[in-house]
Ligand binder design. Sequence first.
Ligand code: PGA
Length: 247
Amino acid sequence: MKYIFGNWKMYLDLEESVSLAHDLIDSELNEIFNLIDIDISVFPSTLAFSSVYDILQSSNINIGAQNLVWAPKGAYTGEVSALMFKDAGANYALVGHSERRYIFNETNEIIRKKIDACLDSDLKIVLCVGETQEIRDNNQVIYYLKEQLSVLKNLEINDNLIIAYEPVWSIGTGLACQPFEVESVISLIKQELKLYTHQDVPVLYGGSVNENNILNYWRLKKCSGVLVGGASTKIERFEKLCQQIIS
Ligand code: PGA
């Protein structure tokens, strides 16, 4: 199975999200995707989640949460839990996205609690890992990724986990990581994952993936797909991007 995940971040308001969801199910590509083994999933804002779910539920496109809180229910003003997202139709949840780590100060400890909440709620986890420019400049990438993956200690991992390798310096910058480098980091990640599971966990690449470069990653043997931000938020771009892999 290969994956194309679209992280809509906070780029789209409710109306724009609903309109993109309609465009996705009206797209000719949708019929093709029904025939091939690719998991297309989108991650709308929490505000638009249910409306987008209603539109996509009869299609083969899955839906996931961009963020969640670790508690299941209760006095947590402003938060939405894994359980609530599951009830509302989510298949996946992004956990540890760099924008959560660096803008909202999410630590490994918080990330682990969110992972546990996803497991308790039967949501598949998309754990995002990746180094900052500074870590890269200091040649500490491997050490850093090991640290980020250590949140998987003592977990029951089966088909409930996907890793997204997203170097922070490549996200939203247009500076996509070189494919040979992605392949070698994914090898390292897969090696490290052996400490935690015997399963072959899919590893995706994310960071300035677009309609012009997707094939470079799609063709990599060890890369199971892509997590796309900006280029997934416009139907023309997303269609072109998907077109690349089927033509
Ligand atoms: P980008 O974002 O494709 O806009 O670089 C990727 C992501 O944050 O998942």
